[in-house]
Design a protein around this ligand. Structure first.
Ligand code: FAD
Ligand code: UDP
Length: 376
């Protein structure tokens, strides 16, 4: 047999894994499988890799095209793993809240309490504690959870409007866990995250994902759902990171998401807002936040800047799904789809959409690493 025939035969051999989705879950799983000698094909319906963490270099600024992404984790295994594929800078997220022109520090800390009530020392925390007592018993929704964490004044100015814009639902109809992510501190610490490790990959997230996928075959602009049976025939096993309800052709109904719209603008000033992230927490401003991308990478020597206004919107089929809405109705529909998914033996459902889960990047990486370990 000549080299050509060998090559042809090799081409006809099945892949061990077809990975649907070149986001973080798919890229990490593919990297692990390839490193163990498996043959992997990655496809994505978009025209680029990296899924929602995609960054595009525009005039020397890495623009986070699907929303601002700050890598943060307490998981040393995940931190050590990502270091193999990118260097990380020392960016620390400290967003500012703008409520009708009044500026407040985030997350909720001594600077916030000082501005709100004139509190100067942590000993004066009684002021906060008194407001929190309004809720007795276990908080039943986001509104009650927020008031029991930080009191009504902060809830009214910094949480209520922002959350309603973000989720398109009143706070008393949203689950409490969404707001538990935010730290409340009696210290002067503006670091938004409590994580041990934090930073932005130098050169952008796209480079990180390209490095993960190095040496792996990737086909872009290829939609798995357009010809499922053909793609299924290519590999022994499928790793599917698209939306789980779309996989089952919405047969039980549609899971709801929140979608986002981004309005990018190149502004001819060196410094537009002095920070990477400013949240607009009142309900009159139509957008939720403005991102100034250069500040993720300390690029403030440029004479211009790129900003993005982020608008939250209700999702409808065909829109980009961003945030799963993990309320009771959607969670119970998801568990029905999950039962169907468990019957599909040759398919692994993973990632934010495949598991309909509000995953951070480090959690999605940990989940992909764990999924691969299970395969072994
Ligand atoms: P995705 O990145 O969505 O990848 C799925 C891929 O599958 C996509 O590329 C899609 O095109 C492809 N696909 C879907 N269906 C098909 C199909 N039928 N055929 C082919 N391809 C298909 N996390 C943090 O840790 N820090 C942050 O600051 C942070 N900020 C965020 C901000 C926003 C606005 C959002 C929405 C999320 C944020 N996250 C953040 C979460 C982070 O984006 C996710 O955890 C991570 O990107 C999920 O990766 P994934 O691979 O599961 O999904
Ligand atoms: N939140 C808020 N005001 C803010 C920032 C956040 O009320 O200024 C609430 C809001 O409900 C949001 C939740 O806290 O959905 C979690 O915020 P985070 O910034 O973690 O959300 P992300 O956009 O990163 O998912």
């Amino acid at each position: 047999m000549g080299f050509r025939e060998i090559e042809e035969e090799y081409q006809q051999m099945k892949y061990d894994y077809l990975v649907v989705g070149a986001g973080l879950f798919g890229a990490v799983f593919a990297e692990q499988a390839k490193s163990s000698g498996k043959r992997v094909l990655v496809i994505d319906k978009r025209s680029h890799v990296a899924g929602n963490v995609y960054t595009e270099n525009i005039r020397g600024i890495n623009v986070h095209k699907y929303g601002a992404h700050i890598f943060h984790t307490n998981n040393s295994d995940v931190w050590n793993y990502v270091q193999r594929f990118a260097g990380f800078n020392r960016y620390t997220n400290s967003p500012v809240a703008n409520y009708h022109g009044e500026l407040y520090s985030l997350p909720f800390n001594m600077y916030t309490f000082n501005k709100m009530w004139g509190v100067i020392t942590p000993e004066q925390e009684a002021k906060i504690a008194k407001q929190c007592q309004e809720i007795s018993g276990e908080p039943r929704n986001l509104e009650e959870q927020a008031i029991s964490l930080v009191g009504r004044d902060i809830y009214e100015k910094l949480i209520k409007g922002y959350t309603q814009k973000q989720w398109g639902r009143p706070c008393n109809e949203l689950p409490a866990f969404i707001i538990k992510r935010l730290p409340v501190r009696l210290t002067f610490d503006n670091n938004y995250f409590n994580a041990l490790y934090q930073g932005i990959p130098v050169g952008g997230y796209t480079k990180l994902v390209e490095n993960l996928l190095s040496g792996i075959e990737v086909k872009l602009e290829t939609d798995y759902l357009e010809d499922k049976s053909y793609f299924d025939s290519l590999a022994d096993k499928i790793v599917y990171t698209g939306a789980i309800d779309a996989y089952f052709d919405y047969s039980l109904g549609t899971l709801e998401y929140r979608s986002l719209r981004f309005e990018n603008e190149l502004v001819n000033v060196n410094n537009f807002q002095g920070n990477a992230v400013i949240n607009y927490t009142d309900s009159d401003t139509p957008f939720t936040r403005i991102i100034e991308h250069k500040f993720f990478e300390f690029g403030d020597d440029l004479p211009y800047t790129i900003i993005t206004r982020e608008y939250s919107s209700e999702w409808k089929p065909g829109d980009e799904p961003y945030y799963p809405v993990n309320d009771e109705k959607n969670s119970s529909l998801y568990s029905e789809y999950k039962t169907m998914a468990e019957r599909e033996e040759h398919i692994i459902f993973g990632g934010r959409l495949g598991e309909y889960k509000y995953y951070d990047m480090d959690q999605v990486i940990a989940s992909a690493l764990k999924t691969w370990k299970r395969e072994l």
